[in-house]
Ligand binder design. Structure first.
Ligand SMILES: Cc1cc2nc3c(=O)[nH]c(=O)nc-3n(C[C@H](O)[C@H](O)[C@H](O)COP(=O)(O)OP(=O)(O)OC[C@H]3O[C@@H](n4cnc5c(N)ncnc54)[C@H](O)[C@@H]3O)c2cc1C
Length: 229
């Protein structure tokens, strides 16, 4: 079986860049105000911001918690943001720093320790459920996949384009691209084609200053690190 090399994109390494200290003096209201007033946002951000009083907050928080023992955790995010594009991720990064909140980034929610949605400090959950676009180019045998997509969605998209191409990654269809590709990713084709991360040939990340970087801009050391190191 031939295989597609795959890219993953958007926010894939955000969590790696944060080293600031959260300040309890600042409040999440100021964070939300900062988001609403943030310049250069392309979509209406108020539609993708959920505080704990929002009626959709609990179902949204729960919807991809795979390890159920964390679903009743008392360490819940103060705010959930489900960005529609890069500008909303950039705003979340900058505003969370300004107002002393950390970020947890969630793709498929399959982290064994709940690290993508639990924290002992005040935090914002950046849930990438709206960023799941997949573009397969059969001719070049490559694909772009946004990190909020699942493995199952990636396999399905490839199968819609080709009867012979595939991608070597995990066997659980609901695992997210973001956590899987950034930690290795083993599956049935591993012995012949290696890990999922071995087949990632470019990535887009947004750094702590809100800059969007591709492989060339981030450099080979960081590109190595975000694929499991
Ligand atoms: C039922 C089940 C089956 C599994 N099967 C396999 C398998 O067959 N093969 C295999 O190799 N592994 C498997 N795993 C392990 C799985 O690959 C890892 O747990 C992986 O990290 C999950 O990724 P996720 O995006 O779903 O999880 P998440 O909980 O969303 O994320 C996991 C970690 O990655 C971080 N992260 C996620 N997205 C981003 C992003 N865009 N930018 C920065 N950081 C991000 C999160 O903050 C968190 O620390 C399985 C796990 C489960 C629970």
């Amino acid at each position: 079986m031939k295989y597609l090399s795959s890219y993953f994109t958007f926010a894939t390494a955000i969590a790696l860049f944060f080293s600031f200290q959260p300040s309890s003096a600042d409040s999440h209201e100021n964070f939300v105000r900062c988001l609403y007033n943030y310049p250069h946002i392309t979509n209406t951000i108020s539609n993708v911001v959920y505080t704990q009083t929002n009626s959709s907050y609990s179902s949204l928080l729960d919807h991809t918690i795979e390890i159920r023992r964390f679903s009743n955790s008392s360490s819940k995010p103060l705010v959930i943001v489900t960005p529609l594009d890069v500008s909303q991720i950039q705003a979340t990064i900058i505003c969370s720093q300004r107002h002393g909140l950390q970020i947890r980034t969630r793709s498929g929610g399959h982290d064994y320790e709940g690290l993508s949605y639990v924290a002992q400090v005040p935090f914002v959950l950046l849930d990438l459920l709206n960023l799941r676009e997949i573009t397969v180019d059969e001719e070049s045998r490559t694909a772009w996949v946004q990190s909020g997509a699942t493995l199952g969605e990636l396999y399905y998209s490839i199968s819609q384009k080709s009867k012979t191409l595939g991608f070597p990654a995990g066997s659980c269809a609901s695992v997210g691209i973001g956590g899987h590709f950034s930690g290795g990713g083993y599956g049935f084709m591993m012995r012949k084609y290696g890990l999922a991360a071995d087949n990632v040939i470019d990535a887009h990340i947004i750094d702590v200053n809100g800059n969007l970087l591709d492989r060339q801009a981030m450099g080979e050391d960081l590109f190595w690190a975000i694929r499991g190191g």
